[in-house]
Write a protein that binds this ligand. Structure first.
Ligand SMILES: *Cc1c(COP(=O)(O)O)cnc(C)c1O
Length: 356
C-alpha cells in the first residue's frame, strides 16, 4: 500500500437512480415531475441577462429567500437555500448533528442519510418501521443526538400524521429534528412549517425538484428559527459562499411567483395517482396508501425484481431497491396519464403471461 493511500477518505457513495438516455423511454424511476416548469420560469430563462453571468451571484440568495419567506409566511431570517435539498440536508448534517449520541432515522427511508452520517462521522441508529411501514413515534422518544425523517416517507410514500410529527418534535427539545418534506406538496396533510411558530428545534426541508418540476435546476430550502438558519449560513459560508447560480435564483423566484401553475400541476398528479393506484390494486398489487408523487407496489405472484427487469426491456424504468424488507417492491413515479397507461398495460401483460 502506498503511503498516501492511508490518508484518503474512503466512503461508499449514494447511488442515484439511473438517468438513461433513450428517446422513447418512459421514465418513472426518480420521482421527477412529468410536467414542465411553468410559463413564468420559461420566460425568466429566455430573458436572463447573460451579461450578468460575469459577476458572482448574490451570496445571500436574497431574492429567492425573500420570495420563499413571503410565500410561506416566514421571516427572511427563517429561510436558507441550497443546491437542491441534498445540499441543504448535507449542510444540516454538518451543522446540527455533532453529538456523540446517535442520530435517529427510520430503517427504511431516504438512503442518502446513512451516507452523510458515514461521511461526516455521525453515529446513527435506524429504528425499524412497523410491519405496515409506519414510523413508530415512540422509537424517537429516547435519548439521541438528533432526528431526521422524510414526511411523506420515501420510498414507502406514507404520511406521518401532523400530530405525531409534533409529538416527536415536542419530546426532543434538546436536539434538532429535521423533517424532510420533499413530497409534502402531494400529501393531503399540512406541512410541518406550521409548527415552526411553536418549536425552535424544528427544521423543515423542501425542494423545487419534485412538485415544482425543477430537478435540473437544483434548488432546495430549509425553514426554521432564525438561530438555526444563522448556524446553517455560518457553515455554508465556511464551505462555499456562492452556492446558488444566477439562473437558479431567477428561475426559482419565477416558480414561486406562479402559484396557480404549481397548484394545477399538483392536482393533475394527484388525479393520475388516484386512478393508477386503483388500477394497480385491480392487477393484484399491494400498495400502501400513497401521499407522494410515487406508489410503492408489491405483487404476491411475481417478484418485483423480475417485473423491474422485464419493464426495463420495454424501456419503462421504475425503481427497485435490493434491500432487506423492501426487495419485493417497486417504487413507481407518477407520470402523465399516457405514461401510466403504458406502464399498466405492460404490467397487466407481464402478469398474465406469467400465469400461463
Ligand atoms: C428527492 C429527494 C431529496 C432531494 O432532492 P433534491 O433534488 O436534492 O432537492 C431529498 N429527500 C428526499 C426524501 C427525496 O426523495
Amino acid at each position: 500500500m502506498k503511503g498516501w493511500e492511508q490518508n484518503i477518505r474512503r466512503v461508499i457513495p449514494y447511488t442515484p437512480g439511473e438517468q438513461p438516455d433513450c428517446p422513447n423511454m418512459i421514465k418513472l424511476n426518480t420521482n421527477e415531475n412529468p410536467y414542465p416548469p411553468g410559463p413564468g420560469v420559461v420566460r425568466a430563462l429566455e430573458t436572463l441577462d447573460t451579461d450578468r453571468l460575469r459577476l458572482y451571484p448574490d451570496p445571500a440568495a436574497s431574492c429567492l429567500v425573500r420570495a420563499l419567506a413571503r410565500r410561506y409566511g416566514l421571516g427572511e431570517d427563517q429561510v436558507f437555500v441550497g443546491v437542491g435539498s441534498d445540499d441543504v440536508l448535507a449542510m444540516c448534517f454538518l451543522t446540527f448533528f455533532n453529538s456523540n449520541r446517535p442520530i435517529l432515522f427510520p430503517d427504511i427511508s431516504y438512503s442518502f442519510y446513512p451516507v452523510w452520517a458515514e461521511l461526516f462521522g455521525v453515529p446513527y441508529e435506524t429504528p425499524a418501521l412497523d410491519e405496515n411501514f409506519c414510523i413508530r413515534k415512540e422509537d424517537y422518544f429516547r435519548e439521541n443526538g438528533g432526528i431526521i425523517f422524510p414526511n411523506p416517507n420515501a420510498p414507502t410514500s406514507l404520511l406521518l400524521e401532523s400530530g405525531d410529527v409534533e409529538e416527536i418534535v415536542a419530546r426532543n427539545p434538546d436536539v434538532i429534528v429535521i423533517v424532510d418534506e420533499a413530497y409534502i406538496d402531494f400529501a393531503e396533510g399540512p406541512s410541518a412549517l406550521e409548527l415552526l411558530e411553536k418549536f425552535d428545534n424544528l427544521l423543515v426541508v423542501q425542494t423545487f425538484s419534485k412538485s415544482r418540476s425543477m430537478c435540473g435546476m437544483r434548488i432546495g430550502y430549509a425553514a426554521g428559527s432564525p438561530e438555526l438558519i444563522r448556524c446553517l449560513n455560518d457553515v455554508k459560508y465556511s464551505f462555499n459562499s456562492y452556492t446558488m447560480s444566477l439562473p437558479a435564483l431567477e428561475l426559482g423566484v419565477a416558480s414561486v411567483e406562479d402559484e396557480a401553475y404549481f397548484q394545477g400541476t399538483i392536482e393533475k398528479i394527484k388525479a393520475t395517482r388516484k386512478r393508477s393506484l386503483r388500477a394497480l390494486r385491480e392487477l393484484g398489487f399491494f400498495c400502501p396508501e400513497p401521499s407522494a408523487n410515487f406508489i410503492f407496489a408489491s405483487h404476491p405472484d411475481c417478484p418485483a425484481k423480475e417485473l423491474f427487469e422485464e419493464l426495463k426491456k420495454e424501456q419503462i424504468y421504475v425503481r427497485y431497491f435490493p434491500k432487506p424488507r423492501i426487495d419485493n417492491y417497486l417504487r413507481i413515479t407518477i407520470g402523465t396519464d399516457a405514461q401510466m397507461d403504458a406502464l399498466l398495460e405492460a404490467l397487466g401483460r407481464l402478469l398474465s403471461q406469467r400465469k400461463q
